[in-house]
Write a protein that binds this ligand. Structure first.
Ligand SMILES: [Zn+2]
Length: 278
């Protein structure tokens, strides 16, 4: 995978090496997939597992980039966003001569299904909360609430890895999924202990990864959101349908132009969002 600079108003575009096909990273191009977020151009070209990269791009406030891939999936790396964020920071980002556009939530929108729910509510800044409840003694109930500022994504979420239960992984492998899954790219939870030698990166790494996934999926709205996300046991499909429900109701959102905002600093970005929101 190669990330290349792109001019203002390009957005986030995936390109398959050796093909002219382009797929815009936008919720309208997502297709149903049980385990990860998949984008499709409707002509047979797909890119899978985009959510951890999208989270890193959102965290680094990158609006315009061309992503070249020589395969059908974004590399899983260590199962988190940290390697992507590290490389983006090493490469550096530049402020472009264009105003940043955010999506302001104007009224509550929610989706509920199978005991799970996801909602967006109006807020002056951007915040997220999440609750999970697993029938596993190592996970159980975890909840988290984060109000985002410049460093929140990097320090609180970026390192949280994908996780799987050991018996579930066996079942997935038998069904042909998760073939590349290993202790190098996921937290594997056994009946009474975490199998990874280093243990967990955060005491509540599981709920933090669920939040990371939702943060990445929300960036498929086409820009940063000005609002509050609430997830309860929700997954990729809920977040996807939530964004669709938001845009389906013209009274639920509006664009907000953020002027004099640098992509270099999320603190300034957040200040800009507050100014624009108030
Ligand atoms: Zn994930």
């Amino acid at each position: 995978m190669t990330l290349r600079p792109a001019p203002p108003d390009t957005g986030i575009l995936f390109r398959r090496v050796g093909s002219t096909a382009e797929i815009r990273a936008n919720w309208v191009n997502t297709i149903d997939s049980p385990l990860c977020t998949v984008l499709s151009n409707g002509e047979g070209n797909t890119v899978g597992t985009v959510e951890h990269l999208m989270a890193a791009l959102a965290g680094a406030a990158v609006d315009n980039v061309v992503i070249e891939l020589d395969g059908r999936e974004v590399p899983i790396m260590d199962g988190s966003s940290a390697p992507f964020l590290f490389l983006i920071e090493c490469a550096g980002v530049v402020q472009q001569d264009a105003a940043r556009r955010a999506i302001k939530v104007l009224k509550e929108v929610a989706v509920t299904e199978d005991g799970a729910s996801a909602a967006l509510l109006p807020d002056h800044g951007f915040s997220m909360s999440f609750e999970i409840d697993f029938d596993n003694p190592l996970i159980r109930q975890q909840d988290i609430c984060l109000v985002f500022d410049a460093e929140t994504f990097k320090t609180e979420l970026s390192q949280a890895r994908t996780f799987g239960l050991l018996d579930e992984l066996d079942r997935l492998r038998a069904a042909g999924f998760a073939r590349g899954g290993s202790l190098d790219n996921a937290v594997v939870v056994g009946p009474d202990h975490v199998l990874n030698a280093g243990g967990l990166r955060y005491a509540d790494e599981f709920v933090r990864h669920k939040l990371l996934d939702a943060f990445g999926d929300l960036y498929l709205a086409g820009g940063p959101l000005l609002g509050a996300f609430r997830g309860v046991r929700s997954g990729h499909s809920h977040t996807r349908r939530l964004v669709a429900a938001l845009f389906a109701d013209p009274e639920a959102w509006r664009y907000t132009t953020l002027s004099r905002v640098t992509q270099r600093s999320m603190a300034e970005w957040q200040d800009g969002m507050r100014l624009a929101g108030d």
